[in-house]
Design a protein. Structure first.
Length: 80
């Protein structure tokens, strides 16, 4: 299983996860993170794929790390 969090040239962000022979990809704009979380829950509940709660947790953790990185950019720089 592998995952990635990327920012495309079009400003869209991508969370992706490869699990076995399946590739799960979630594209979103900044501010739509709650929609991504809802989509992860829907994927788990649908049970049409091998996507489970662990996979949702991995992607939501990646999403949280990316948000933390964005918020850090707004903090004032520490004085040297």
């Amino acid at each position: 299983m592998s995952g990635a969090n990327e920012i495309g040239a079009d400003g869209m962000k991508t969370l992706s996860l490869v699990k076995g022979g399946e590739h799960f990809c979630f594209r979103y704009q900044v501010g739509e993170e709650s929609k991504v979380l809802d989509a992860l829950i829907d994927m788990v509940n649908a049970r049409r794929h091998a996507f489970d709660w662990f996979d949702a947790a991995v992607l939501s953790h990646q999403l949280g790390q990316h948000l933390a990185k964005e918020l850090k950019a707004y903090l004032p720089k520490k004085a040297a």
